[in-house]
Structure formats: structure tokens, C-alpha cells
Design a protein around this ligand. Structure first.
Ligand code: HEM
Length: 198
């Protein structure tokens, strides 16, 4: 508890990770056509962030850990059903559906970055530059296509993620976006306030 009826939920790493990921993702997405250097550096930033977030999911504080928000499919489906009825309970960390979306976002951001690195390598640039000499040049078109499809699918996930955040914020009268900035959430109804492990 912080002494003001609030509890610290998101640690500084998670918050800096999140907003840097948002900036990196959108910069990369909107510079792919004609600002190639910026696009590449934004892609490297996003890749580095996701690679760092994975170990943090094992060694970070409680609500940053995968064990805190990765839940079985039955729990996720139950939560989505409750959401559709407008009766989903409040979670102090990520919700079950939010947790599943986080895994999907991390996975597809990673695949998008790896396919981008492959395209770059096939052009004889970046850490995979040796691919140009060893692979048939026709793979470049194939990987460009794969990279674009993955980026667009990730954008679709991002839009669903934002819709989910807005829905949960409205349902529980709680500004989840501000919580991802300050790190704090209201303490009432929390397992911490009730002395529960949840
Ligand atoms: C303006 C756009 C965005 C807003 C307003 C937003 C908002 C949020 C909020 C409020 C949370 C915490 C959810 C909760 O309370 O459980 C969150 C988590 C998360 N968001 Fe976003 N988000 C945005 C864009 C993105 C983008 C573009 C990505 C990835 C490409 C992303 C990936 C994530 C991830 C991975 C988490 C989990 C954070 C962690 O535990 O490390 N978000 N987002």
C-alpha cells in the first residue's frame, strides 16, 4: 500500500517497457515505406524490449511474472463470458483474457521482428547479412510478404488489446491507462487489502 488507498502494481521496468514498446511499434509500423533507417532502428528497439521482457516474466516482481497472469483456457473463456455479460470481476494484475493477449502480443511482435531481420539479411544488411550469399534471392519477396502479414496481424491484436483495456476500465470505473503510467491502482477489492493470495 502507498498510504493513499493505492497499491503499486506495475514496476518501473514494466511501465518503461510498455510505453517504449508502444512508441517503437507505431514508429516501425508507419515508417516501413520510405524511412527505412528509422524503421530498422524502431524494429531493433522493439525486439530488444521483448527479449528483455521474457526473463522479467520469471524474475520480476509478482504482477510482472507470467505465473501471475497466464491462466488455463477454461479460466480465460470464463472471464470472456463474464465480460460479455458485463459481470467480469476486477483483477488487480492482468485479467485472464488480458494475460492471453499479452502472450499473443509478445509472440507476434517477436515473429514480426524476426521476419524483418530475415528480409534485411536477404538484402545483405543487419545481423543476418550472410543470408544474401546463401539463400535464393526469391526468398526476399516471400519474407517481405510474411513480414507485412505479421505486422498487420499484430496491429489487429493491438487494436483488440486497446479495446479490452477500455472495456475493463469502463466496467470497473478505473483508468487502466493511467495505472500503466503511474504504476498504482486503487487498493479496495484487492487480494492485498483483503489479505488474500489471488
Ligand atoms: C496507445 C496504445 C496502447 C494503450 C493505451 C495500451 C494500454 C495498456 C494497458 C492499460 C495495459 C495494462 C493492462 C492491464 O491493466 O492489465 C497494457 C499492457 C500491455 N500492453 Fe498495451 N497499450 C497500448 C499499445 C500497446 C502496443 C502497441 C503493444 C504491443 C505492440 C502493447 C503491448 C502490451 C503488453 C505486452 C502489455 C503487458 C505489459 C506487461 O505486463 O509487461 N500495448 N497496455
Amino acid at each position: 500500500m502507498t498510504g493513499t488507498g493505492k497499491v503499486r502494481i506495475w514496476d518501473p521496468f514494466v511501465r518503461i517497457f510498455h510505453w517504449s514498446l508502444v512508441a517503437g511499434f507505431f514508429i516501425a509500423y508507419f515508417t516501413e515505406d520510405d524511412l527505412q533507417t528509422i524503421h530498422n532502428w524502431a524494429g531493433y528497439l522493439v525486439l530488444a524490449l521483448v527479449v528483455l521482457r521474457i526473463p522479467w516474466g520469471f524474475i520480476g516482481p509478482r504482477h510482472a511474472r507470467f505465473s501471475d497472469f497466464v491462466r488455463p483456457p477454461a479460466v480465460i473463456i470464463g472471464h470472456l463470458r463474464d465480460l460479455a455479460r458485463g459481470q467480469a470481476r476486477r483483477y488487480i494484475g492482468h485479467t485472464p483474457a488480458g494475460g492471453a493477449m499479452i502472450l499473443a502480443l509478445l509472440g507476434f511482435v517477436l515473429l514480426t521482428c524476426l521476419s524483418g531481420l530475415t528480409v534485411l539479411g536477404l538484402e545483405g544488411e543487419g545481423p543476418l547479412a550472410t543470408l544474401k550469399a546463401s539463400w535464393d534471392p526469391r526468398w526476399e519477396d516471400v519474407f517481405e510478404e510474411i513480414h507485412e502479414v505479421l505486422a498487420n496481424f499484430t496491429l489487429l491484436l493491438v487494436l483488440l488489446h486497446i479495446a479490452g483495456v477500455l472495456l475493463e476500465s469502463w466496467l470497473h470505473r478505473e483508468n487502466l491507462i493511467r495505472a500503466m503510467v503511474t504504476g498504482d491502482k486503487r487498493a479496495e477489492d484487492t487480494p492485498e487489502a483483503a489479505g488474500r493470495e489471488d
